[in-house]
Each structure stands twice: as C-alpha cells, then as structure tokens.
Design a protein around this ligand. Structure first.
Ligand SMILES: NC(=O)c1ccc[n+]([C@@H]2O[C@H](COP(=O)([O-])OP(=O)(O)OC[C@H]3O[C@@H](n4cnc5c(N)ncnc54)[C@H](O)[C@@H]3O)[C@@H](O)[C@H]2O)c1
Length: 290
C-alpha cells in the first residue's frame, strides 16, 4: 500500500522537515501545530528549503507544485465522525509523555479507523504511546533524524502490539519518501541509534564539565579524527538541548539505569534556556550570527 496522505502533528524542526520530504515525494500533507507562529515559521522554512533543493536541480517538479501539497492547519478537533482520514499520522511534538498521550488520544478520535499512527519520539517507548489508543496494532515509531531533508536513515520501530503488517507499511513508506529504513524489532527506550550515540554525547559533556577539553577542541577533534561532518556539540545545538535532555530523561525513567541520567552541564543549560540554535545560545553562542 502506498501512502497518499499524511497528517503531521507539530511543525517544529522535525515536523516541518517530515512534511517537506513527504510533499517532495508526491504525498498530500496536512501540517498541524498548536502555535500559529510555529506554523508561520514552518511555512517559511519549508519554502526556503524546497527552494534550495530547486536551485541545486534536485527536484523533478517545480517548487510551487510541492509547496501546494502542504495545508497548514491550526485545529484538528474530534467531531461526531472521524473528520480526517489520512493514511498515516505522524506526531512530532515536544518530548513529553503527557503531551504525546493527549495527541495520541486526539488522533485516535479524529482519524479514520484505518489510519496508522506514528511517533517521531527520540526515546519514549512506542507501546506506552499506543496504550492510550484503541488501535495499538496500528501504532509504530518512525524516528527521523535532523535535518530531515538531508538525513537518509529513519528507524521503524515496532511496539509490543504493532503488527508485522503495520511495520511493513512503515518500511515501505520510508522507502517511498526516498529514505532508508532501519528496522527496530523491539521497543527499547532510545531505540538503536540514540542508544549508541547518546553515551558519546554524554561523555563529551562530562569532559567539558571536568575541564579536560573545550567544546571547540572536542568538536574539532571529532571532525578531524572520526570523519564526522559536524562536531558532537554542533549537532547538539541543531537538535536542541531540551530534545536531548527529554530523550535522556525518557531513557532514564524507562530503564531506571543511572547511566542515562543527563549530565549536570546539560541540566543547567536547559534550565537557563540555552537550548541551542533555536534560542540563540546552547553549547555555542549564535547571537552575533546574521
Ligand atoms: N530535534 C531533533 O533533532 C530530533 C530528532 C529526532 C527526533 N526528535 C523528536 O521529535 C519530536 C519533536 O522535536 P522537534 O525538535 O521538532 O521539537 P520542536 O520544539 O522544534 O517542535 C515541537 C513543536 O510541537 C508543537 N506542539 C507542542 N505541543 C503541541 C500540541 N499539543 N499540539 C500541537 N502542536 C504542539 C510546538 O508548538 C512546536 O512547534 C520530539 O519528540 C523529539 O524528541 C527530535
């Protein structure tokens, strides 16, 4: 089954990227956010990013055809009948269980019975999100990486009650949008890529905390020694320190394992509102940038 229409909830960094790659693949998209300013920002960012693809000659259609596939909506209230019937709904709101639970309940009420519901969560178990719906067999994880238009991998995660058929539709959808599925067979906190990457990010934060090396030198060293395109702190600023914090807390709460407890420096920066590029300051200072 090919996916023809997608509802994306949350138009931040990830949701806007997901909406864009779907539209670029010919899929009709409804992009919803609770904040009208977030929707406006998403509209501008998507137009800019699709424009860049067009300039580089990477599109087979004109820019406006792609942009016209996206409808920006401020409300998705449940009605007496399911009001919207996308083939797939993808949730990409803040990494907080209560907020995601509210969205999953709403999606279950708003969407037709055949709609698959996915989460882009970084670390919250899919089974826990599926539990508040009447269709846990149709709930899955689709974990994109940022920046979504550039990063090719998407983890496809099975919750405990997700059927093979749902996971296979997830796999086919990822291929349909030109990306590579990484199948995650068991619903463990952090899935696969974050389980591997988070320990090195946390170690880098602790080395800075202990005064062993500077943020700049760690990033420089990692790029020159490991062939990374971006340093660990540069990536952290793009992802958002609050997003990393939320993912680590979800992994810590799920496992009870202290190795996932966020380092002090990360906790303090999040409290100080230094969340990365989106707030102008994070590991680096962007306030002087154009
Ligand atoms: N940032 C990354 O690199 C990254 C990578 C992979 C996965 N994720 C995950 O993706 C999700 C979104 O992350 P992000 O970086 O895009 O966050 P973000 O802060 O950029 O955007 C979140 C958006 O959700 C909206 N929102 C919040 N509550 C809402 C609600 N109740 N209804 C509708 N909209 C609501 C906000 O207005 C905001 O625009 C998180 O679960 C995060 O863990 C993030």
């Amino acid at each position: 089954m090919s996916i023809k229409s997608v509802l994306v909830i949350g138009s931040g960094l990830m949701g806007s990227g997901i909406a864009q790659v779907c539209a670029q693949s010919g899929i009709a998209v409804m992009l919803h956010d609770a904040s009208s300013s977030a929707l406006e920002k998403a509209q501008k960012n998507i137009a800019w990013s699709v424009g860049k693809f067009a300039e580089k000659g990477k599109l087979t259609e004109d820019k406006d055809t792609i942009l016209n596939r996206i409808t920006f909506v401020e409300r998705i209230d449940p009605g007496p009948e399911p009001r919207i019937k996308p083939d797939l709904a993808i949730e990409a709101v803040f990494e907080k269980l209560e907020i995601k639970h509210d969205i999953f309940k709403k999606l279950d009420e708003c969407c037709g019975p055949d709609t698959l519901i996915a989460s882009n969560t970084s670390a919250i178990p899919i089974t826990e999100l599926a539990a508040v719906t009447s269709r846990p067999e149709k709930v899955l994880g689709l974990h994109f990486f940022s920046p979504v238009p550039m990063m090719m991998a998407v983890e496809v995660i099975k919750g405990m009650l997700t059927t093979d058929a749902t996971a296979q539709i997830g796999r086919a959808f990822v291929e349909q949008i030109g990306k590579t599925p990484i199948m995650v067979n068991r619903d463990v906190a952090g899935f696969v890529i974050n389980r591997i990457n988070m320990p090195s990010s946390m170690e880098a934060m602790r080395l800075v905390e202990e005064g062993v090396a500077s943020i700049e030198d760690i990033d420089k060293g990692l790029k020159l020694a490991s062939g990374r395109k971006m340093g660990i702190f540069e990536t952290g600023d793009m992802v958002g320190l609050d997003v990393t914090y939320g993912a680590l807390m979800a992994m810590y709460q799920e496992t009870g394992d202290p190795r996932w407890y966020p380092p002090l420096l990360l906790r303090r920066k999040v409290k100080a509102g230094h969340l990365g590029r989106k707030t102008g300051k994070g590991w680096y200072d962007y306030t002087q940038d154009d």
